[in-house]
Write a protein that binds this ligand. Sequence first.
Ligand code: NDP
Ligand code: 2IT
Length: 449
Amino acid sequence: MTEIKQYLENLESNLKTKYPNQKEYLQAVAEFMGTIEPFLNQNPIFVEKNILEMLLVPERLIEFRIPWMSDSGEWKVNTGYRVQYNSALGPYKGGMRFHPTVNQSIMKFLAFEQIFKNSLTSLPIGGGKGGSDFDPKGKSEGEIMRFCQSLMQELQKYIGPDQDIPAGDIGVGGREIGYLFGEYKRLNSYQAGVLTGKPLSYWGSLARTEATGYGLVYFVEHLLNDQKDSFAGKKVLVSGSGNVAIYAIEKAQELGATVYGCSDSSGYVIDPEGIDLNLVKEIKEIKRDRIKTYLEKKPKAKFVEKGNIWSDEFYFDIALPCATQNEISEELAKQLVQNGVQIVAEGANMPTSLEALEVFKENNILYCPGKASNAGGVAVSALEMAQNAQRLPWTFEQVDHELNQIMKNIYETCRDTANRYANKNDFVSGANIAGFERVAKAMLSQGLV
Ligand code: NDP
Ligand code: 2IT
């Protein structure tokens, strides 16, 4: 075993001993560590200076109490988090997730991935993530508002437009960002750039809502163009029906693909006529209802209660997982291969298990890791910060054009880095190495801070 391989194995095994129960975090680190050796072999300075061990320790991890009162007057409490992982490239930047499964492991995996994702955008943003184990399902408007206000009473101590800039993620969209922003303003002052994903009426950016889904499809379109191909005529399935899924469907349809299915945590829909996106938007964005109700207006579609969309035997070309971590297991990956899938591109963060990833590799599936392919959301968040600092709004076309350029650049960087250090089309290695290189250089030049 080479000295560098041994160094990497020691770091990983120490982490396993320290955090034996943080399985998502260990998974994200393992995926990263498994790709970085060829780069370190050519750049041993980062091992000599122990940059990797330094990088693994979050700069700060804040955990706090969020008390709130239900409509019926009951006293409730949740746990809030903000992981300020790495600020070598800029202020901490990353979303807030509200979901009952949120814990330290999930927060750390998301923040860790965010470091490299943000680095890949080439914009001045460091890596962070936050959220709470609060479950927004079934809560009233008033409960959501009071919860957001209570959360911000604590979080406001640690954030600022040049310090840490939260945004949305699962369970956090424009409505929640609005309540968080209002409370921050009341406790501090009007700082447009303290949160991104703001509603358009007060300094939100045009195209931020669309950015992650559109960016995902732009990334894949650049990959397809490289192979003299395109989305036109492709058959696509998408998991989830939230912010990322909806705008991935929209752009894929616009580029001439047919999207046959989408899902939520209650089950999945396959529509042989192609998904009616206006109907999905009405169900999800306006009524905040379950995807099952799609069948009320489209009786020819099928709904599989509690089913995972990737278990279906539908034959299709491109899989866009846009729901949550580890939604594609080894078994489901095999099913996708059997279904004839050629490309798997992640809109969600880490939707593919390590075992599933191996299946894709063995079968030469073109696999685009989320930290590259879903970076469009955070990239436009950084453009929102730029507009806020400039005190000038940009047009939709301007933001959308920048987004497409950024995704092209990320795709080409991953492709070229893979060709240089790993194998052709190994976008996992490409994304990890290119993302790491920028952060590591910045850390080194800033000294022991
Ligand atoms: P939303 O809350 O808007 O939507 C999430 C969707 O995924 C919903 O359809 C939800 O179903 C489904 N889902 C969530 N958890 C589960 C679960 N445990 N099992 C089954 N389905 C589930 O979130 P986003 O669209 O913003 O986020 C989706 C993914 O994209 C996440 O992994 C997020 O980290 C990632 N991402 C988001 C970005 C953004 O800008 N918003 C940027 C980059 C990545 P249900 O409503 O039934 O819970
Ligand atoms: O995972 C992600 O990149 C996001 N949830 C978006 C973060 C952001 O700051 O816009």
